[in-house]
Design a protein around this ligand. Structure first.
Ligand code: OKP
Ligand code: ZN
Length: 340
């Protein structure tokens, strides 16, 4: 198992609006630190990644959005003159066509879908290098060198082609899948086991037949990201039938989760995927402060084992997981289950 990680994430420590109050984000630098420390203790070697290619970033996201992310903090300083986190306060209404404004405050609304995260001085650097880890992990796997894991922070699965939200800015799992396509895989699957629906990944590939997206998550009627993640969202156009959602009730335990996992893996086999990206959130863990599912550390080992039964080249990308005391053990259990 090749592990890609970097220190660039440490500059990104954003704030979030939570229950009407601004708090330091639950998505903290400590998360990645705990994972890296645990993996090193267990003897995994950590390698830095490359910088992501511009053309790869632009195949997943719009050029305007990438340019916005790269410059938003500096523009916020100049145009708003404020050292506080850059965050939207208005969003486009949905009943009529809307346009992209010029002002940074308007663009923050145009390029986000929530106030659950913000842009600070180190956000671009962290998100850019996280995407690089995903690209490097995909390159490692595409070259036939065995499985790879990218310790991406910030996470990515909520980011759409031109909007950030849910702690996510660049969609690292989509970057990995697109890289596998660009390196010759005609059928790639992304399986998202994070507790939250991977709405951004779904949106990016919704009309594409070359990338199957599957997500197991809490029922969006009761949980973030609230507006998508239902079982009848099957993809559209050429991508019809290439999106699978397996929403589960709040409080679901291992039996429900593994039934969904087995069903998703079966669909991936039927689809004929030649490579697999696992969007590895560990927030389905029983003690996760943002989740309600009941998975144990051993269950993450079993997820890895189940995934390995497909005998596909696998790129694993870190998504959520907020039980900091257990996150290292949960990730390493999954990776050990995967390699057998
Ligand atoms: C990101 B990922 C807590 C509110 C949480 C955002 C959740 C983002 C989850 N104060 N709202 O999928 O783990
Ligand atoms: Zn999550």
């Amino acid at each position: 198992m090749k592990v890609f990680a970097s220190e660039h994430h440490m500059q990104h420590h954003a704030f979030e609006l939570s229950r009407g109050r601004m708090i330091p984000s639950v998505e903290s630098p400590e998360r990645a630190h705990m994972i890296a420390t645990q993996l090193e203790v267990e003897g995994f070697a950590l390698s830095d990644g490359d910088c992501p290619d511009d053309d790869l970033l632009h195949r997943v996201h719009t050029e305007a959005y990438i340019e916005f992310l790269r410059t938003a903090w500096d523009r916020w300083q100049v145009e708003v003159g404020n050292a506080a986190p850059a965050m939207a306060i208005s969003w486009p209404e949905r009943s009529q066509p809307t346009r992209r404004p010029k002002h940074i405050v308007g663009q923050l609304g145009f390029h986000s879908f929530g106030a659950d995260c913000s842009i600070v001085a180190g956000t671009w650097e962290a998100a850019f290098h996280a995407a690089g880890l995903a690209q490097s992990a995909a390159d490692h796997v595409a070259s036939g060198n065995g499985p790879a894991y990218a310790l991406c922070r910030p996470p990515g699965h909520h980011a759409t082609k031109d909007q950030f939200g849910g702690y996510c800015y660049i969609n690292n799992s989509a970057i990995a899948a697109q890289r596998l396509v660009d390196r010759g895989h005609k059928c790639v699957a992304i399986l998202d086991v994070d507790y939250h629906h991977g709405n951004g990944t779904q949106a990016i590939f919704y009309e594409r037949a070359d990338v199957l997206t599957a997500s197991i998550h809490a029922n969006p009627a009761d949980e973030f990201p609230w507006f998508t993640g239902y079982a009848d969202e099957e993809g559209a156009g050429a991508g019809r039938g290439c999106n699978i959602n397996l929403p589960l009730p709040l409080g679901s335990g291992r039996d429900a989760f593994f039934d969904a996992l087995v069903a998703a893996l079966k669909e991936i086999e039927t689809f004929g995927a030649t490579a697999l990206v696992i969007a590895l959130g560990t927030d389905a863990f029983v003690d996760d402060p943002l989740g309600t599912f009941q998975l144990s550390t051993d269950d993450f080992f079993a997820i890895g084992e189940r995934v390995s039964m497909l005998s596909l080249p696998v790129v694993s990308i870190q998504e959520g997981g907020y039980a900091n005391a257990a996150i290292g053990a949960n990730v390493s259990a999954y990776l050990r289950g995967l390699v057998g």
